[in-house]
Write a protein that binds this ligand. Structure first.
Ligand code: SF4
Ligand code: SF4
Length: 125
């Protein structure tokens, strides 16, 4: 029987977490250092999107130099949210879904695209 599992990944054509509107993230101070919070706020454009987000391609214009708080990876999540690496996958998927729901909607094409992107099927050998 085929089994299904979800493996976190950042899917192309999303960008939901680059919407930085602080009013949607009231707990920023809980996981950012004061310097990071200052940096974070300096990135927020008038429309709430990061000033480095390219809306056309939905990509980060400074990807290699993006700040720590933009990096969805086990060591960052452990440092920022105290998430054990064994819980990273589930936690990161939840974060993406929450962000995608808030920005594009729970039934948006982006959410469907995300769910397809993280789903893997394994066939028995
Ligand atoms: S919300 Fe998740 S899938 Fe979308 S851009 Fe951010 S990390 Fe990638
Ligand atoms: S720096 Fe890049 S990854 Fe971070 S929020 Fe801005 S556009 Fe997104």
């Amino acid at each position: 029987m085929k089994t299904k599992r979800e493996i976190w990944q950042c899917v192309e054509g999303c960008g939901a977490c680059c919407n930085l509107d602080p009013s949607d993230r009231p707990d920023l101070e809980d996981y950012l250092t004061p310097e990071e919070l200052e940096h974070y706020l300096s990135l927020v454009g008038e429309d709430g999107w990061c000033i480095h987000f390219d809306h056309e391609t939905r990509k980060c214009l400074i990807y290699e130099q993006r700040p720590r708080f933009c990096r969805v990876q086990p060591d960052t999540f452990e440092a920022m949210y105290d998430i054990d690496s064994s819980d990273f996958n589930e936690f990161a998927i939840d974060c993406c879904r929450q962000q995608i729901e808030g920005v594009y909607g729970a039934k948006s094409p982006e959410m469907k695209h995300y769910n397809r992107g993280i789903t893997q099927y394994n066939s028995p050998k």
